[in-house]
Design a protein around this ligand. Structure first.
Ligand SMILES: NC(=O)C1=CN([C@@H]2O[C@H](COP(=O)(O)OP(=O)(O)OC[C@H]3O[C@@H](n4cnc5c(N)ncnc54)[C@H](O)[C@@H]3O)[C@@H](O)[C@H]2O)[C@@H](O)CC1
Ligand SMILES: [K+]
Length: 505
């Protein structure tokens, strides 16, 4: 796990550092520029010898200021460097760096194919965390030329055109969706690096320490967003009886509709719930019995049977939705909500909730809702619209969680998990660690089962949702292409074994 900052938080960190008097903006800019050059040399050792041709695209703000530093450092290493700038520097520090460059600067409009011909490196220092409006066509046009020339493209802080806040593309003209060959950011990743499409367009990301570590914690007391980069807690089961690890109850549907529930149930068992019971309709008991061994079975016809079953206080985590049927989910949901147990609501349970929005608050603080974007938009139509209109996925998920007082896990290549208190985690599976083969039928049922299993083991809802999400992608990554949902839970032991031995998952 590592912190992910909004542009505003990054500015607060920078301001705290400068207010302390221990570092100046110019010093930070010099460190940033030097960090980019070192990252380029580290990534492409052939470039470390210098002597190549580089084109630096510089904006008018401090991102451009970093560009002037990079240009000067490359020149000192024997590179031939041309700078194409959007205009005169508009900040004091950037102007000072332009001064230190001391050589002519070309206009951005003068960038053409000839200027890029034979170049080994294009440095994009047009806009960084300050981008708030769509790129003008002249700017995206210059970027497009560089992207289409096939020259190595290094983005300073963030690819220009990406919002560091939302990860959305901000551009008036169509934007070439070619990922940067390297993005070098400072001190900590920004939201725009982990939310899609930013995660994909960022390309490989390097985070350079520019000496702001001391102020990170101090300035960000309310800072609560993390990127899931590893397991979210200890894996080990402590010694004990099976019921010391909880007993999960997964509701399933009627005849011929048991697959999703079985996947969820098996996944809950694999992730370590001490016992798991599947509860289909009485008519579907036989077919489920034929397909299950370690997972136990109890038929539940409706409300009364559910209530009777929940008298068993060992059943401590419930899962409603996968393959359950909307009518059945709607009928049983109030019983489960009243029970106060930890509760995962997925699939048909979410559809049932969307049909009766007044019940959204019933879920309760120990619940986790796991919608995909379509379900999310049905549950929270205004937030779904806001998302479509470019509002941050992080913010809408947080708002949804705060509204209903439960954890919301909004799926996608950039799954966002938000707690009602504002904590949030982003699982970036859309960028470098992309696992496209995870988009397969039943994968969501497995995720619901993983969350349920961790809840049964006593994990708090936010941590359970975050950790399950991370393990889910780790399983997909470990299995690789050809994956079907059945493979996910079967891959889990291998992933857990690797984690236990300290290897990466
Ligand atoms: N925050 C920090 O601690 C550090 C920041 N540094 C650099 O400074 C950058 C941020 O600099 P700035 O805040 O000056 O912002 P930028 O250089 O990203 O943008 C410059 C200005 O352009 C304007 N603008 C926004 N969208 C526009 C558009 N579509 N067309 C035209 N103008 C637009 C904004 O007013 C913005 O302030 C970072 O990305 C990073 O590269 C580094 O120098 C080192 C330290
Ligand atoms: K940039």
């Amino acid at each position: 796990m590592r912190p992910v900052l909004s542009p505003e938080e990054m500015r607060a960190v920078e301001a705290a550092a400068m207010t302390s008097g221990r570092v100046t903006g110019a010093e930070l800019m010099l460190r940033a520029g030097a960090g980019v050059v070192a990252a380029v040399e580290g990534r492409w050792s052939a470039l470390a010898a210098g002597g190549g041709r580089a084109v630096v695209l510089a904006g008018r703000g401090n991102n451009g200021g970093d560009g002037y530093v990079i240009a000067r450092l490359l020149r000192e290493k024997g590179w031939s460097v041309a700078i194409h700038a959007l205009g005169e520097p508009a900040t004091k520090d950037a102007a000072a760096m332009r001064e230190d460059w001391g050589a002519p600067v070309l206009e951005l409009e003068a960038l053409d194919g000839a200027a890029l011909d034979g170049a080994e490196l294009v440095v994009d220092a047009l806009f960084g965390t300050g981008l708030t409006r769509p790129l003008a066509p002249a700017v995206s046009g210059a970027l497009r030329l560089a992207q289409e020339a096939g020259v190595r493209l290094v983005a300073v802080d963030i690819l220009s055109g990406l919002s560091a806040e939302t990860g959305q593309v901000l551009s008036e003209a169509p934007f070439v969706e070619r990922p940067a060959d390297l993005t070098v950011t400072f001190q900590a990743p920004k939201l725009g690096h982990v939310l899609t499409p930013g995660a994909r367009l960022t390309g490989p990301l390097e985070v350079v320490d520019i000496g702001l570590g001391a102020w990170l914690g101090e300035a960000l007391e309310g800072w609560q967003v993390v990127q899931l980069t590893g397991p979210g807690g200890a894996q080990d089961k402590v010694q004990g009886h099976k019921y010391d690890h909880g007993h999960a109850l997964v509701f399933a549907g009627g005849v011929g509709r048991g697959g999703a529930g079985r996947l969820a149930a098996r996944s809950a068992l694999r992730i370590g719930a001490g016992a798991v019971t599947l509860a289909p309709t009485p008519g579907a008991l036989q077919e489920n019995a034929a397909a299950l061994d370690a997972v136990m079975l109890r038929a539940v016809a409706g409300v009364e049977a559910a209530e009777a079953l929940l008298e068993d206080s060992r059943l401590n985590a419930l899962c409603l939705g996968p393959g359950c049927g909307v009518a059945r989910a709607a009928e049983i949901l109030p019983v489960l909500a009243r029970s106060g147990r930890a509760l995962v609501l997925d699939a048909d349970a979410l559809t049932a909730l969307a049909e009766e929005p007044a019940r959204l608050g019933d879920a309760g603080p120990r619940s986790v809702l796991t919608p995909h974007p379509g379900e999310f938009a049905r549950l929270f139509p205004d937030l779904g619209e806001a998302l479509k209109a470019g509002r941050s996925k992080l913010e809408v998920t947080r708002e949804a969680a705060a509204r209903i007082g439960a954890v919301v896990l909004l799926k996608g290549p950039d799954t966002v998990i938000a707690a009602p208190d504002g904590r949030a985690a982003i699982n970036d599976a859309g960028g470098q660690g992309a696992v496209p083969w995870l988009a397969t039928a039943g994968a969501g049922d497995v995720l619901a089962g993983f969350v349920t299993g961790l809840l049964a083991r006593g994990w708090p809802p936010f941590e359970a949702a975050a950790h399950a999400t991370w393990l889910h992608t780790a399983c997909a990554r470990s299995f690789g292409p050809g994956l079907i949902a059945e493979d996910l839970a079967e891959e889990l032991p291998k992933v857990l074994r690797r984690l236990a031995s300290g290897e990466s998952a």
